[in-house]
Design a protein around this ligand. Structure first.
Ligand SMILES: [Zn+2]
Length: 410
């Protein structure tokens, strides 16, 4: 279905009805009104730019798609006169750092984003504007966040205030899969920065994120021996059965009180219902609050898996901790307070968010000892689902808060 066209028709109809009732255009929201809202005071350059970003699929596993989005952003940020560094990883995905000239002398602030998404092409190709919101892939996670950054930097550039800031924007193409290939390069590139601002989706109540759980991904593959289920069942070695017992055992390592979870998220195995399964693959997601717990947990999972490597079953374990836990610190809280003053000035909450289960690149930046805050993108709902929606007015609120903060004498 063409969502955009349907929605436009509905909005146009409402506009006509309002005109017939003698209401002013301002009382009805149309795509045109949305554009005007966002352009107000030049805080966000263009709804059409946003649309082109959202409509450019950039699924993490599609190298060409991620790089197309990277090129769009590269063209955009080079226009602001920023220097560009590009890191192409072993899969060919390009990660970017755009920096002012002053950054090379004085690393005041690093802004952190990503341009990959969780949606394969064809799964959620939607641009659906409504009166106050837009539904589409990555409108909050995090092309909306990148638009907020673009708006603030454009305004700084127009006012001749950008070059004097020691500022860089780092933007990676593998964040949604845990930043496995970009993490080291990001660490080298931003080490020594005074603080970091991360533009992941704003929380429902705008609260500022100052800590996140650590995360990890593990893949455990069980190999057995195929046999005909009727004639030679006893000769087979069933990989699915071994994997099932393993799944139950590692799921029991979950400890909600401690904040530790082991999620069996994906399982795949077997070849036919009448064949003893000779292969089964299990994918796990792990979350934890303390790094010592995370390392111990990954090792426990490896040990449990290896215990099944008997009687003709072979086991292979890959992965482990991908993002360390990000602990709150007095420096984070001080930074949140400083930024929060400007958030409040523009109608957003300045409160701190409780511990967040999902990791982000803030975990990696904080590991370098750089005070950090996150969740500075626009408000919305449904990220990582086909209900992902951004509240339009918060794009401008976030952009204004960022501009004011960056011009407050860092
Ligand atoms: Zn994200």
């Amino acid at each position: 279905m063409d969502w955009t066209r349907t929605r436009h028709k509905k909005l146009l109809r409402r506009c006509c009805l309002a005109a017939a009732r003698g209401e002013s255009p301002g009382e009805v929201s149309t795509p045109l009104a949305i554009r005007q809202d966002i352009n107000q005071n030049g805080a966000v350059a263009s709804i059409e730019k946003f649309r082109s970003w959202v409509e450019c699929n950039s699924y993490s596993s599609d190298v060409a798609a991620v790089n197309s989005m990277g090129k769009i952003l590269s063209d955009n940020f080079l226009q602001l006169g920023l220097d560009e560094s590009v890191f192409e990883d072993e899969q060919g995905v390009r990660h970017y750092l755009w920096a002012t000239k002053s950054w090379h002398q004085r690393k005041d602030v690093v802004l952190v984003g990503h341009h990959d998404t969780v949606f394969p092409s064809g799964e959620f190709d939607v641009w659906e504007p409504d009166a106050d919101s837009i539904r589409g892939p990555a409108v909050i996670d995090m092309k909306g966040g990148l638009l907020v950054v673009d708006a603030a930097l454009s305004r700084l550039s127009e006012n001749g205030e950008l070059e004097s800031l020691g500022l860089a924007l780092v933007c990676v193409g593998d964040e949604e899969v845990g930043s496995p290939r970009s993490a080291e390069w990001v660490a080298e590139s931003v080490r020594g920065a005074k603080f970091g601002l991360v533009f992941e989706a704003g929380r429902g109540n705008d609260k500022i994120v100052v800590c996140r759980k650590g995360t990890g991904k593990m893949k455990v593959t069980f190999g057995g021996l195929a046999a005909h289920a009727g004639n030679h069942h006893a000769k087979g070695r069933n990989a699915i059965v071994a994997a099932s017992k393993f799944c139950i055992e590692v799921s029991n390592l979950t400890d909600y009180a401690e904040g530790t979870t082991v999620n069996v998220g994906l399982i795949e195995g077997g070849t036919a219902v009448n064949t003893v399964a000779d292969r089964c693959e299990v994918n796990l997601d792990i979350r934890f609050t303390e790094n010592s717990i995370g390392d111990g947990l990954a090792q426990r999972i490896r040990d449990v898996a290896n215990n099944f490597a008997t009687d003709g079953i072979v086991v292979e374990v890959k992965g482990g901790v991908s993002r360390p836990s990000w602990k709150s610190s007095p420096e984070n809280i001080e930074l949140a307070k400083s930024y929060g003053r400007y958030a409040a000035k523009h109608g957003l909450s300045s409160e701190l968010h409780p511990l967040v289960g999902g990791g982000s690149d803030a975990n990696l930046i904080a590991r370098l000892g750089i005070p950090c805050i996150d969740g500075l993108g626009p408000r919305g709902k449904g990220f990582h689902t086909i209900k992902e929606t951004v509240e339009i007015k918060t794009l401008k609120q976030r952009a204004d808060a960022l501009y004011d903060f960056l011009t407050s004498g860092l």
